[in-house]
Design a protein around this ligand. Structure first.
Ligand code: MSP
Length: 540
């Protein structure tokens, strides 16, 4: 975990803004697809922290089930050893590297999880929500999912059927196991979706779920008896719980369900479950039904993101197309990485990564539009005012237009990033403002005004540079959730903290558009180049 900070800025009982990522299977190392959702959640939670809200951001790992068990077997170690190794060597270090500020990291093999899961299912069993039956049908170990024959693709032989996601043969399962009465919840789920139209987003995802639930829901097989890597059913230890039923509960076990009622009351229901579109049904159908059966409130929103694609297919380790995030951060840097995927791909749709596109955005948006602006302004304050920020005594319409542009950018970015999870739209609004400030400098030509030594000329020059520096002050705050290290560098170069504005982390969305916050007299220094020129693309 990168920063296990105590973000409790509000009263203990105020509901927190609680965001979760899916918990990731640790059969392999993380790739760009996993990092995509985790960065999005990090930006969302950092944005809400910056609003001054109490926030709780949860991620973790999904460690049970056949997929992990088989991977461990192939590697000649126990499943627990395999999970420990991958979590400590691959997953946690990546989140730290990407500056993910999660508040907790849950592993499904931890007792704080397994013990609560057993209580939860025992309760459902006692309530008559679970019964014993027999299952026969296709199963994809890659998805850890029971499939319907209609969802499968034809394989190489007449008997072979393939999973549509993994393009690998499904296995035929035939065993006695326990079932959850999912079918009974169809009407209640439809009622819930109708009463809560924003529950599933985007609209395409919502429609898919509605269509699925409007057909006949089948009861869900929730136990397996042919292997033992899972949470044993408390009433029949020959069975382990189906990995998804175990995994979904991480959202409540980590939040204090059954162990810390006060914390649970503060955190649950979650504000947003972020999920990939392939795991939407689990989150928008099965999970809500389980919660209904247990008498617990439902999460407020389930938001599905699209896939990062390679060659028209979902990027994945099993297709050998998984790219490690560090392959990109070593070239572009962590902040540019965090920015790029959220800016380039509208959240909710599929998108392809291309080295060329990343390079183009890095160069034009980050290095030229934003980085150059910061360094030019600092250089001019240095050159013309010895690095001491002058005050704006001659402000007029042009300066008012910049201040108005900021107000618009903040309003749009706050709505799009903070509410609609439209990260691309929010970033576009912030960069529109950056462009406006560049345009302002081009029009005002401070380098020409500097040649005028009269009191009027000096006042004009001071006003122009103050305006640009003040715009950068606001930009640092607005980009802080997306590019925290860059924003810190900019904050330091503006001398904002020493001038009395306080730490960057103490700035709020509510005051960011208040024009004139950066005090005149601040010591502006050139600082490090925010986005250095890129090296040649590595060939290996
Ligand atoms: N363990 C389950 C989730 C349990 S949540 C209670 C799981 N794990 S996973 O590791 O296979 O996938 C986790 C997430 O990564 C999913 O949301 C999935 O959509 C996402 N991605 C995996 N590959 C992806 C891309 N190529 N692009 C974007 N996201 C993708 O499912």
């Amino acid at each position: 975990m990168a920063a296990t900070a105590d973000h409790s800025t509000t009263g203990a009982s105020a509901p927190a803004y609680y965001v979760s990522t899916p918990i990731y299977y640790v059969n392999d190392r993380p790739h760009l697809g996993h990092a995509y959702t985790t960065v999005a959640g990090d930006v969302l939670t950092r944005w809400h922290r910056q609003r001054g809200e109490k926030v709780w951001y949860l991620t973790g790992t999904d460690e049970h089930g056949q997929k992990i068990m088989r991977t461990a077997e192939t590697n000649g170690v126990s499943p627990q050893e395999w999970c420990d190794k991958l979590v400590e060597e691959a997953w946690k270090p990546l989140w730290e590297h990407l500056e993910i500020a999660n508040d907790d990291f849950i592993r499904t093999t931890e007792e704080r999880h397994t013990a609560r899961v057993q209580e939860f299912v025992q309760d459902l069993y006692d309530k008559g929500e679970i019964y014993k039956g027999g299952y026969s049908g296709p199963y994809c170990v890659g998805c850890e999912e029971f499939k319907l024959p209609s969802e499968l693709l034809d394989g190489a032989t007449a008997d072979e059927k393939l999973c549509a996601v993994h393009k690998r043969p499904v296995e035929w399962l035939e065993e006695e196991n326990y079932f959850f009465r999912l079918s009974a919840y169809g009407p209640q789920l439809l009622e819930f979706y109708a009463a809560n139209p924003d529950f599933i987003q985007p609209a395409s995802a919502r429609n898919e779920v509605l269509r699925f639930v409007e057909q006949d829901l089948k009861d869900l097989s929730i136990s397996r008896s042919t292997f033992d890597w899972g949470v044993p059913l408390p009433w029949d230890e020959k069975h382990v719980l189906y990995v998804w039923v175990d995994a979904l509960q991480n959202y409540i076990t980590a939040a204090g369900y059954g162990s810390d009622p006060e914390r649970f009351a503060e955190l649950w229901p979650a504000s947003v479950h972020l999920v990939g579109k392939d795991i939407l049904r689990f989150h928008a159908v099965i999970w809500p039904a389980m919660l209904m059966a247990a008498g617990l409130p439902l999460p407020k929103r389930v938001v599905a993101n699209g896939w990062l694609m390679v060659g028209g297919e979902k990027m994945s380790k099993s297709n050998l197309t998984g790219i490690a995030p560090t392959d990109l951060t070593s070239h572009f840097g962590v902040d540019a990485y965090r920015y790029y995927f959220l800016r380039a791909i509208p959240f909710g749709t599929d998108g392809s990564f291309s080295w060329e596109d990343f390079t183009a955005r890095y160069t034009s948006e980050l290095a030229n539009d934003f980085g150059n602006l910061a360094s030019r302004v600092a250089a001019m304050v240095g050159k013309y005012f010895d690095g001491v920020l002058p005050s704006a005594t001659a402000a007029g319409d042009a300066e008012q237009a910049v201040a108005d542009g900021l107000t618009r950018a903040v309003e749009t970015a706050d709505r799009k990033i903070g509410e609609e999870l439209d990260f691309a739209g929010g970033l576009a609004a912030i960069f529109e403002f950056v462009k406006q400030v560049n345009g302002y400098l081009t029009e005002q030509e401070p380098w020409k005004v500097a040649k005028d030594d009269s009191a009027e000329g000096r006042a004009r020059l001071a006003t122009i540079l103050y305006t640009a520096a003040e715009a950068l002050r606001a930009t640092a705050v607005l980009l802080n959730p997306v590019m925290p290290s860059t924003a810190e560098k900019l904050w330091a170069s503006l001398g904002a903290e020493a001038a009395g504005l306080g730490a960057l982390s103490a700035q709020t969305v509510a005051t960011v558009a208040d024009w004139g916050r950066l005090p005149a007299g601040a010591t502006v220094t050139k600082g490090e180049i925010l986005f250095p020129r890129l090296e040649e693309k590595p060939t290996a």
